[in-house]
Design a protein around this ligand. Structure first.
Ligand code: NAD
Length: 293
């Protein structure tokens, strides 16, 4: 298939390289990033989209997605699929999809989990919103870039799944870190807490697979000075998107709201930027009980 790939940063570059390696003809556009191996450099986003059966975007946010979509959609041939893999707000995902459909195209929002490692290894999970025909058309590409693609529903459902998952992840990380900090103050050995919780009802992916305590559990960013991994500012981005969506949908999400505020402080005021999101544990270690909440 001829594929246009727009946004060749940390995630987009290895995803595009995997499509090229699998034999697809990939034209790429990014204003700054270099072209990965096997990807032809287009001069503009519109040029990358010309004649393509699918255009994939992997961009920083919804505002940039709107701009790129406005340029690319008119250049795409009828029947092609516009597939956005970025993590953006649900409203932008729906608006861009509506614009593509109005232009006679298929449209998918297909954010991913699995991080840079998953993008390189071709083991991402895609959470996909859009109609059946568009999903079926792009499924072979998801199978190259990832190990699983879940069709979650209509436009926006992929982004909804992504931010709900990451809201659970952020809240669970905070709960796990504050439990370790409490255990410290109670004189309970961290390894013993892990041994109990990892096989008890408090277990989670955070505790069992990504333990924020150094030297405890399987190897994780905590063991390498909290080098990401999944950076705290990306967690903050996703938590903010969850709160934007909750506001739009009038949903009560007190834990998500507090998690967004704690990650905001961690990133903006407490030196967490550029560190793994599990660096929440040393934050709690240093703190005493707040009397003001
Ligand atoms: P990145 O900043 O490394 O890459 C984004 C790329 O988009 C950059 O190369 C930038 O030059 C390019 N870009 C910006 N404006 C553009 C334009 N107008 N036209 C074309 N290209 C443009 O970010 P990333 O880590 O690759 O993340 C991309 C998306 O994937 C984000 O939405 C992020 O939230 C999501 N995501 C990232 C991870 C991760 O671990 N990095 C995991 C899951 C999802």
């Amino acid at each position: 298939m001829k594929i246009g790939f727009i946004g060749l940063g940390n995630m987009g570059a290895p995803m595009a390289a995997n499509l090229a390696k699998a034999g697809h003809e990939v034209a790429g556009f990014d204003p700054v990033a270099p072209m990965p191996e096997g990807v032809r450099k287009a001069k503009t986003a519109a040029e990358a989209a010309m004649g393509a059966g699918a255009v994939i975007t992997m961009l920083p946010d919804g505002a940039i997605l709107h701009r790129v979509a406005a340029e690319v959609i008119p250049a795409m041939p009828p029947g092609a699929v516009f597939c956005d893999c970025s993590t953006v707000d649900v409203e932008s995902a729906r608006a861009v999809a509506a614009r593509a459909v109005a232009a006679g195209l298929g449209a998918l929002d297909a954010p991913v989990s699995g991080g840079i490692g998953g993008a390189e290894a071709g083991t991402l999970t895609f959470m996909v919103g859009g109609d059946d025909a568009a999903f079926a058309g792009v499924k072979p590409l998801f199978d190259i870039m990832g190990q699983k693609a879940v069709h979650c529903g209509a436009s926006g459902a992929g982004q909804a799944a992504k931010i709900c998952n990451n809201m659970i992840l952020g809240v669970t990380m905070i709960a796990t870190c504050e439990a370790f900090a409490l255990a410290d103050r109670l004189g309970l050995d961290r390894q013993k807490l892990f041994d109990v919780v990892s096989t008890s009802s408090g277990y989670s992916w955070v505790m069992n697979a990504y333990c924020p305590a150094p030297g405890v559990g399987p190897k994780s960013p905590a063991d390498t000075g909290y080098k990401p991994g999944f950076a705290a500012e990306l967690m903050l981005k996703d938590l903010n998107l969850s709160q934007q969506a909750a506001q739009m949908a009038d949903a009560d999400t007190p834990m998500g709201q507090l998690a967004a505020e704690l990650y905001r402080r961690l990133v903006e005021e407490e030196g967490g930027r550029g560190m793994d999101f599990s660096v929440m544990l040393p934050r709690f270690e240093k703190r005493r009980r707040s009397r003001t909440g």
